[in-house]
Design a binder for this molecule. Structure first.
Ligand code: 13P
Length: 255
């Protein structure tokens, strides 16, 4: 049984004070939610404070990126042990904004995945095609390569990871993928994982959809058999909005 994840990726938003205000607001709003896991991904600067505030609560935390070395002369970078130290359980890797704006490669993503697993943290590995790639009929091929490269030589025994399918054209545009198209790709990702790793692993891994998820479309996604939750940008910035998404997701799980 895969417990779905509703994760908020705040991207480059919120000071420490704003992050803590959000946490204080969302904790009571989600206190009764049992069927889905709520995860917050604040910016690096707020991780420690948010981690402290979330200790012993029902909400988990992730970072938005990581560097693959444990320590060393890497100015500006943050390592897996440093993230662990803040109370993070997850880290997003390979987000399309990093792939496209910061020129992150599949090889970088692969090193990040490995270093996280080694530190006992869960990668949230993002994959997804651009509009041009979809229109050319290459969406599956692109996602397959991102998966293959991102998970190259990864040993998943005894570890866990999360995949997020985020079509680039649906991120921050208000144009979400249809739940059927998202299911089609996410089902394909699960098949690929079964082939590359094992059936057991493919059935265990949670695969999220991301891209213009809101309270009014989460139920469609959650009703699909292979979609195990969502990675949410814009609609995760207000506590009431994220809580409403989590409540509706739970409604489908329990319905
Ligand atoms: P939006 O929900 O704002 O489209 O962003 C999705 C996303 O990139 C989550 O990582």
């Amino acid at each position: 049984m895969r417990i779905p994840i509703i994760a908020g990726n705040w991207k480059m938003h919120k000071t420490v004070a704003q992050s803590l205000e959000f946490v204080d607001e969302i904790l009571p709003l989600t206190a009764e939610i049992k069927g889905v896991k709520v995860v917050l991904c604040p910016p690096f600067t707020a991780l420690y404070s948010v981690g402290q505030r979330l200790q012993g609560t029902h909400i988990e935390m992730g970072a938005q990126d990581v560097f693959w070395a444990d320590e060393g002369a890497y100015t500006g970078e943050i390592s897996p042990p440093m993230l662990k130290d803040t109370g993070s359980k997850y880290a997003i890797v390979g987000h399309s904004e990093r792939r496209h704006q910061l020129k992150e490669t599949d090889e970088d993503v692969n090193q990040k995945v490995k270093s996280l697993l080694q530190a006992g943290l869960w990668p949230i590995l993002c994959v997804g095609e651009t509009l041009e790639q979809r229109q050319a009929g290459n969406a599956r091929q692109v996602v397959k390569e991102q998966l293959e490269e991102g998970l190259k030589d990864v040993d998943t025994t005894g570890t866990d990871l999360v995949i997020a399918y985020e079509p680039v054209w649906a991120i921050g545009t208000g144009v979400n993928a249809s739940s059927e198209d998202a299911q089609d790709m996410i089902g394909f990702i699960r098949q690929e994982l079964a082939g590359k790793f094992s059936q057991e692993m493919a059935e265990r891994v949670r695969i999220l959809y991301g891209g213009s998820v809101k309270a009014n479309n989460i139920e469609e996604f959650m009703s699909q058999p292979d979609i195990d939750g969502a990675l949410i940008g814009g609609a995760s910035l207000q506590a009431e909005s994220l809580a409403e998404i989590a409540r509706r997701a739970e409604g489908i799980v329990n319905g």
